[in-house]
Design a binder for this molecule. Structure first.
Ligand code: HEM
Length: 415
């Protein structure tokens, strides 16, 4: 794989810079720190009528799960306990407004396991779960992650400086997930560019699906092509093309759009907290804690939504059936009822699970892959770039974005 030779740097920048027009519709235009407002909202009440970005005072474009649906009542939860209660009750707080049929309708998240419930969700998730368990991390690392990370570092190691957010963090997850689908490197960015046009992704996947049907390989698309599922009537069958494509679009979207921003957040946190960076350098096992703390402190996607299936009184608020409840997991992750000094990035705090990867039955399928990408990526930077530090002559990284948060740029020098 010749990663650096074929990745068009300017195109990566356009597709992955949160400030670019490509990302503005998810709230990329939001430049403030939302956490003081979220603290205030949580202190007033755990659940509010309204939508997270409006309650935060942002009126720019901000699309995400559960939006826009202007005809439905909207509510938002800001405490850990309220988010936890919603995750624990998927009957009342469902992942979609109605039944999901991947054989009918558009390819993508709204027609995939992300939106399913109950047994249907378990059946579909069960098909791919074995490729995403912690024990499979080595498979991902040695097949795809390590090589990508090394080739990317080769591209800037001699320069003494680099911009790590786009030139490093952004490239790793998109290349990992597309490679695991057998998509050639020169098409990886086409996939990212087409994420809002799933039919185009399907056109790119069609020849790969056909090839893997004829000759399965050791990759994810071969697993989908060969997977057998027993439906509600007890009949066992291979996945249909439509089922495969909905699965694929979900995995490609979820796998390429998140980890790069979280890796950038973790790197920024370490570079801006020299004592934490020194501790991780001295004891590499602390990198795991540094990653978990970044997930708690600044989850890249701070809001996911649920559909209210029946009239319910929830933390003092009445929600009619048909409402949308937005779970502000960013606010929940800094709930002082669960964490002391919640605004501090502190890698020595006792590890308690946060909601960065969601909760309940839909907890992130790819979380161990994401963790492996961050661990291998940041670990390799520390191994290969001596005295890695922020470039004092460039603007320091800042976190921006409403529903997709991440760093502006991470300019570094080393050596
Ligand atoms: C740091 C990186 C990541 C974060 C913060 C993240 C976050 C999340 C969250 C919060 C959910 C739950 C959504 C909900 O409850 O509605 C989720 C679900 C999911 N994620 Fe991730 N994710 C990350 C990386 C990945 C990667 C690398 C993959 C694939 C390789 C992936 C695949 C999925 C899938 C398939 C689901 C749906 C699971 C289900 O519905 O059962 N994610 N993710």
């Amino acid at each position: 794989m010749s990663t650096t030779a074929t990745l068009d740097r300017e195109r990566v920048r356009q597709l992955f810079d949160l400030r670019s027009s490509y990302n503005v519709h998810m709230g990329g235009g939001y430049r403030e720190d939302p956490y003081p407002v979220w603290h205030r909202l949580r202190e007033q009440a755990p659940v509010h009528p309204g939508i997270v970005h409006e309650l935060t005072g942002f009126d720019g474009p901000a699309m995400f799960s559960g939006l826009p649906y202007p005809d439905r009542p909207h509510f938002s939860a800001f405490s850990y306990a309220a988010c936890d209660a919603a995750y624990r009750d998927p009957e009342v707080f469902a992942s979609a407004a109605g039944p999901v049929d991947p054989n009918n309708g558009p390819y993508g998240a709204t027609n995939s396991m992300l939106s399913m419930g109950g047994r249907q969700h378990r059946r579909y998730r069960g098909l791919v779960q074995p490729s995403f368990v912690p024990g499979k991390a080595k498979w991902w690392i040695s097949n795809w992650i390590e090589e990508t990370v090394d080739l990317l570092i080769d591209g800037f190691v001699d320069a003494g400086r680099a911009e790590l957010n786009v030139d490093f963090c952004a490239a790793i997850p998109v290349l990992t997930i597309t490679s695991s689908f057998g998509v050639p490197v020169d098409q990886a960015l086409d996939i990212r560019a087409a994420l809002t046009r799933p039919d185009e992704i399907v056109r790119m996947l069609e020849p790969i699906v056909a090839a893997r049907r004829a000759d399965p390989q050791d990759d994810l698309i071969s697993i989908l092509v060969q997977a057998e599922m027993t439906d509600e009537n007890g009949v066992t069958h291979r996945l249909t093309d439509a089922e495969i494509y909905s699965f694929s679009v979900l995995l490609l979207t979820a796998g390429s759009g998140t980890t790069w921003k979280q890796m950038g957040i973790t790197l920024t946190a370490l570079l801006q907290h020299p004592e934490a960076l020194a501790a991780v350098r001295a004891d590499r096992s602390l990198l795991r804690l540094a990653i978990e703390e970044s997930l708690r402190w600044s989850p890249t996607d701070p809001m996911f939504s649920r559909w209210v299936t029946e009239d319910v009184d929830f933390f003092g608020v009445h929600m009619p059936a048909g409402s949308v409840l937005h779970l502000c997991i960013g606010a929940a992750n800094r709930d002082p009822a669960r964490w002391d000094r919640p605004d501090e990035y502190d890698i020595t705090r006792a590890l308690r699970p946060s909601f960065a990867f969601g909760g309940g039955a839909h907890v992130c399928l790819g979380m161990h892959v994401a963790r492996a990408e961050m661990r291998v990526g940041i670990g390799a930077l520390l191994d290969r770039l001596p005295d890695l530090r922020l470039d004092p002559d460039r603007e320091a990284p800042r976190f921006i974005g409403m529903y997709e948060r991440g760093a502006t740029e991470i300019p570094v020098v080393f050596g």
